[in-house]
Design a protein around this ligand. Structure first.
Ligand code: ADP
Length: 241
């Protein structure tokens, strides 16, 4: 649980276990405590009741060991740095050699389809491409836990769906990485996740877990299947309850 110093009860009795390789989407109205839960998992703020562990240790320790990576809706790229320098920044900060940085930078830019843009500056990129760079930078330390706070919220629908497909492809290449993803979009939550976590309005509680039992790879055809629509309806119904 989390009560902020001003008395706001942001999260109450959240009880959650995330397994290796799970993809969980958090849905719920604004202000229900989703970002607060993520910040606690990332060790950026402490719970005021209860406890949590990440990979058997404290969130802060897991972050220090580069086990956790974060992607936000805002791309937070350095405007003056070429893409290769942007994505390798976490390695630069850790004093990793240039040779290794370049190898790893090329690896992650290739993963997001931007290897040909290594020397380009962020301002030359579209919104979707900037988001790809943010994802590449998050993946550079090979995190075991990827936290994504509404990463695709500012993108147009077509770009958003393309990035959803690409994210699933990347995750499927490393099935041990667990992903926690905040979204307001019920379609997105059903398309991406192994499980949807539904939260209630403030004070934030987890009201439901909905398993999404469909196999991966999931492609654009999956979005048109009647079963997909059924799950979208059930998640929406629980949200409105
Ligand atoms: P969500 O991500 O679901 O929109 P948040 O976790 O950002 O929700 O916020 C949950 C509640 O806690 C909201 O009422 C918000 O105003 C409040 N809150 C968030 N951060 C702080 C803070 N640093 N101090 C006080 N209240 C906060």
């Amino acid at each position: 649980g989390k009560i902020y110093p001003n008395g706001t009860v942001a999260v109450q009795h959240a009880n959650l276990h995330v397994g290796e390789g799970e993809f969980l989407c958090f849905v719920g109205p604004s202000g229900c405590g989703k970002s607060t839960i993520f910040n606690m998992i990332a060790g950026l703020t402490e719970p005021t009741s209860g406890h949590l562990t990440v990979l058997g240790t404290s969130p802060k320790e897991a972050r220090k060991q580069n086990e956790i990576a974060f992607v936000f809706q805002e791309h937070t790229l350095l405007p003056w740095a070429k893409l290769i320098d942007n994505v390798t920044m976490p390695l630069t900060l850790r004093g990793i050699s240039k040779k290794e940085r370049i190898t790893e930078g090329e690896r992650v830019l290739e993963l997001v389809g931007l290897k040909d843009y290594m020397k380009v500056l962020p301002r030359e990129l579209s919104g979707g491409m900037k988001m790809r760079v943010s994802i590449a930078r998050a993946l550079i330390s090979r995190p075991k836990l990827l936290l994504m706070d509404e990463p695709f919220g500012a993108l147009d629908e077509i770009t958003r769906q393309t990035l959803q497909n690409e994210l699933l492809n990347i995750w499927e290449q490393d099935k041990k990485m667990s992903v926690l993803f905040i979204t307001h979009n019920v379609f997105e939550s059903v398309f991406l996740s192994t499980k949807v976590v539904v939260m209630t309005p403030r004070p934030g509680k987890i009201s439901d877990f909905i398993d999404i039992p469909f196999a991966y790879p999931r492609d654009d055809e999956f979005r048109t299947q009647p079963e997909f629509g059924e799950y979208v309806r059930s998640v929406s119904a629980v949200l409105k309850h």
